[in-house]
Design a protein around this ligand. Sequence first.
Ligand code: PEP
Length: 251
Amino acid sequence: MMRKKIVAGNWKMNNDLAQTETLLSEIKTQWNKEPQARVIVAPAFTNLYSAFKALRETPIEVAAQNMHQSDSGAFTGEISAAMLKSIGVNTVILGHSERRSHFGETDAVLAEKVETAMKNEMEVIFCVGEELEDRQQGNEFDVIKAQLEKGLFNIKKESWGNVIIAYEPVWAIGTGETASPEQAQDMHAFIRKTVAGSFGEEIADSVSILYGGSVKPGNAKEIFAKEDVDGGLIGGASLKAEDFMAIVQAI
Ligand code: PEP
């Protein structure tokens, strides 16, 4: 079983064009030791093409933070899979908790977005995560199972090569609070078991499952050391080259 290790930076709505160029050149400068992981950055839509051009000669990959489920048409303000692919972006984050909570993205919409991504042969970083209340009530495993089954599991077996799962407990995102390495491991193992239940052991063993939620240089190593944690989706700490590269090197 050789799962890919991955560290992805979700920049959210941060960095204009000049700031994007600066951060990427800092990341490139600090790229000393070849990391044992795929490294992905997800700048805002307006900066994706310049990021793609800046990183074209490097192993660093570029992802989008979202996309629309339709191929084209009257969806003012939206971005399609074909538009992303046309600028060299083949990976998209879907189902981030901020998309779910602030922009009303439901499991049903996410299932459509995933289907569109698969149809366009794009790779998806599919996010799942429970709210604090879910965990306090002991419902976290049920919530994650439902998010997986409704949003992700409609895909074909052949599509799993294009899927990365990110477990991001909502209570740990941007709060400074992290799941303990044991809590992360328990949920990651559960996610893998759930994938195995529907798609078989081979697929479950090969899918990379990232942890997200206040990962920092100081806690990355112990989280990444867990057997079922294959890397991280990093928010705040991905905005500082030094922190992001320290997390990359923690793999
Ligand atoms: C995220 O939003 O994907 C995330 C993990 O954010 P942070 O690292 O800031 O908690």
